[in-house]
Design a protein around this ligand. Structure first.
Ligand code: GRF
Length: 238
């Protein structure tokens, strides 16, 4: 019997992170399989992408439900039919009720396009530019009641370049997201990262190290002209 964790991905739109997860899960050695993709919007492009890849793609539109609870009841029904162990939010643009979040505590993760706790919420790239940060990035975290505040599992750093606008920055952050989300899911699916007392606990200290949790897609090779004891750090410096 397969020991791969069953994963449902919740989306609302494009679905590029969902695709990255599908790509990772297409490797038999990956510790999770995507058993369903569910969107709260019928017109989400990601639904078509998922079904073309042979994954069950389901629309559970929020429209037509009296309230958030009623929509979540329909969502829970769709989820139950696929018995997921883990939910991955991937551009799911609908707030979840505390009850739903509590039900999936420690088993629901999200990807956010900033280095949390900086820039929770929307328009993260423009806000990062406006703040003048030199390093931006993305975060995979457990979902808790407060939006974008759950324990951090993994982060990727993306340098802000001269001349960046919100689009160019978003494009580079998205590439990092596509690498980071499978890594974050892998850590959770293997049990190497789990939520404990409001924090992420790593079973292997190496998984909590910068090497696992923080990388820069811009410069991954070691910088050679630094003393050996700094080499490890320099590798992750954008
Ligand atoms: C991503 O930037 C993700 O971090 C954010 O919403 C966006 C979704 O993009 N939560 P996609 O649908 O995965 O392409």
């Amino acid at each position: 019997m397969s020991t791969r964790k069953r994963v449902a991905v919740l989306i609302s739109g494009r679905g590029s992170n969902m695709e990255a997860l599908l790509g990772a899960a297409s490797e038999p050695s990956f510790p999770a399989e995507i058993v369903a993709v569910i969107s709260n919007r019928e017109d989400a492009a990601g639904l078509g992408l998922a079904s073309r890849r042979g994954v069950e793609a389901i629309a559970v539109p929020h429209r037509g439900h009296a309230d958030r609870q009623a929509h979540e009841a329909a969502l829970s029904e769709a989820l139950a039919a696929h018995a997921p162990d883990i939910i991955c939010l991937a551009g799911y643009m609908r707030l979840l009720t505390p009850d739903f979040v509590a039900q999936w505590q420690g088993r629901m993760i999200n990807i956010h396009p900033s280095l949390l706790p900086a820039f929770p919420g929307l328009d993260t790239h423009q806000r990062a530019l406006d703040a003048g940060v030199r390093i931006h990035g993305c975060t995979v975290h457990f979902v808790t009641e407060k939006t974008d505040e759950g324990p951090i599992i993994a982060q990727a750093a993306v340098p802000v370049l001269a001349g960046d606008d919100a689009n160019s920055l978003a494009t580079r952050v998205l590439l990092a997201e596509h690498k980071l989300y499978p890594l974050g899911l892998e850590l959770v699916a293997t049990g190497k990262a789990r939520m404990s007392e409001g924090r992420t606990a790593f079973s292997d200290p190496a998984d909590a190290s910068a090497e696992q949790r923080l990388f820069s897609p811009e410069r991954q090779e070691p910088v050679t002209a630094v003393p050996t004891d700094l080499e490890h750090l320099a590798r992750f410096t954008p």
